[in-house]
Design a protein around this ligand. Structure first.
Ligand code: ZN
Ligand code: ZN
Length: 466
């Protein structure tokens, strides 16, 4: 089955258990699946995610091997996965025998996934030797129970539209989020909250897999602060409660070092008051792009004085640090990677594009490991440190690289997802977006195809769970 037919077939099958059985394996060339390559091999499953510990894994070869299972063997590629740290058998790029039996035309393996890491089962043709004998591989990731219970959701909570200084309309921005394979989006215009509300309303008629969250980038301080998911506009809320806000700022100023300048003290206090008010509104308070460099014709300058920046970071009053802002210059990420561990290591991280044009969307995002893609669960997960900031780097060159930052366990797992889950996930989300775009253009009220496409997105991850 070529990739196009495959994508079509899973969109129809949706989240049914039969879907899992239709996922073909990684090609015999062993290369990672990319957008331009078709899946090959036909081994089922193509990839699996298990809980650590003992598990049963069944690998079903494609039709052409029916009745010829004895000509194949299954082994396991050892690495960190199997090394006990005592024996001297550690050897990279070498695979070792694994115990299996044949059951109903498939290999039944009793596996013991002792460590949380990637495992690779290798299928070989016993009649052929050397490199020629490689037929297919089935990558498996074993996860601790805490992460196994969660699902990865990809989102961008910092994007601009024509309602502030963005180049594209809110609708174009919202549809572009589908094209780049996101699970949630939050358009955050400068001091404007209503764009995110409008898009949430506009798309609510569709049975979509995408979550629409509210957001706004706030500008009472030199520091740009994100109201991510708050129940109303912080900009408006402060206007209505100015006395209370100013009193809070004055209180905070008293706690700041006396040797800092009045401007620094004022701006740090205002930023912290914003964090406090965003939390009152139920949102996540994000310290945006600490090292953004504006580039007017006259030269470059950072938008925040360094003492101000260090104080905001070091006092850790925000909920999350925007570690990746993929439209900032490289230096912003480089400096943030030095600054974050020194001043606020362990604080939750966010990745986003801050796109002002649809061309930049998809180049940065957050992966949140959450129970669901509803805001309360996303918020719990971010506050609990279950998020990764990802720079997808496509704006910096033709080669797509993904740099993920955050908790090491999650970072490690995310690279399995980049190989085995997100390529397919992203295509399914894009397909759903195309159908929604079509419905918006035609005014059609038949959303059945959209519902099926959304179910395919929602069922994909579950279909990989062992
Ligand atoms: Zn900004
Ligand atoms: Zn922005």
């Amino acid at each position: 089955m070529d990739r196009k037919t495959f994508i079509k077939s899973i969109a129809v099958i949706g989240a049914s258990p039969a879907f899992a059985a239709s996922v073909p394996a990684k090609g015999a060339d062993g290369k990672n699946k990319t957008k331009s390559e078709s899946f090959g091999g036909g081994f089922v499953p193509s990839a699996r995610i298990f809980k650590t510990g003992r598990a049963k894994l069944t690998i079903r070869p494609p039709e052409k091997y029916a009745g010829k299972l004895s000509s194949l063997s299954v082994s396991i590629l050892y690495g960190d996965a199997a090394w006990d740290g005592k024996s001297d058998s550690f050897s990279w790029a070498k695979d070792f025998p694994v115990k299996y039996r044949e059951e109903n035309g498939a290999f039944a393996i009793d596996a013991d996934f002792k460590k949380e890491c990637r495992y690779t089962f290798v299928v070989k043709d016993k009649k052929r030797g050397g490199n020629e004998s490689f037929v297919a591989s089935v990558p498996v990731y074993a996860l601790g129970e805490d992460i196994y219970a969660l699902r990865p959701f990809k989102g961008d909570s910092h994007i601009h539209s024509t309602n502030s200084d963005g180049k594209n309309s809110p609708e174009e921005v919202a549809l572009r989020c589908y094209e780049v394979g996101l699970d949630y989006q939050a358009i955050s215009d400068h001091s404007v909250y209503s764009t995110s509300e409008d898009m949430k309303r506009k798309f609510s008629r569709f049975p979509t897999s995408m979550s629409f969250f509210n957001a706004e980038e706030c500008h009472y301080s030199h520091a740009h602060i994100q109201n991510f998911g708050g129940s109303q506009s912080l900009t408006e809320y402060v206007k209505k409660n100015r006395g209370e806000f100013d009193a809070l700022v004055a209180e905070i100023e008293k706690t700041l070092p006396a040797d800092a300048s009045a401007v620094v003290r004022r701006n740090v206090a205002v930023a912290e008051a914003e964090f406090d008010f965003i939390r009152r509104l139920g949102g996540i308070a994000v310290f945006n792009h600490p090292f953004w460099e504006a580039e007017p014709k006259k030269g470059k300058y950072t938008h925040m004085e360094s003492r101000m920046l260090d104080l905001i970071a070091g006092r850790k009053k925000f909920d999350a640090y925007e570690l990746v802002n993929s439209t900032c210059a490289d230096i912003a990420l480089a400096r943030a990677l030095c600054h974050y561990p020194r001043h606020c290591a362990g604080k939750p991280v966010i990745g986003c594009t801050d796109a002002h044009s649809v061309d930049s969307q998809g180049t940065g995002y957050t992966i949140v490991f959450a129970k669901s893609c509803d805001f309360p669960d996303i918020k719990d997960a971010v506050l609990g440190g279950k998020s990764l900031a990802v720079d997808a780097y496509s704006s910096h060159g033709s080669k797509l690289q993904r740099l993920a930052f955050g908790d090491e366990r999650l970072v490690r797992f995310s690279y399995f997802l980049f190989d085995e889950y997100f390529p397919l996930h992203d295509e399914l989300v894009a397909r759903e977006g195309k159908l929604i775009k079509g419905a918006l253009e035609s005014g059609s009220k038949d959303y059945s195809e959209i519902a099926e496409a959304a179910r395919a997105v929602e069922g994909l991850y579950e279909s990989m769970l062992g």
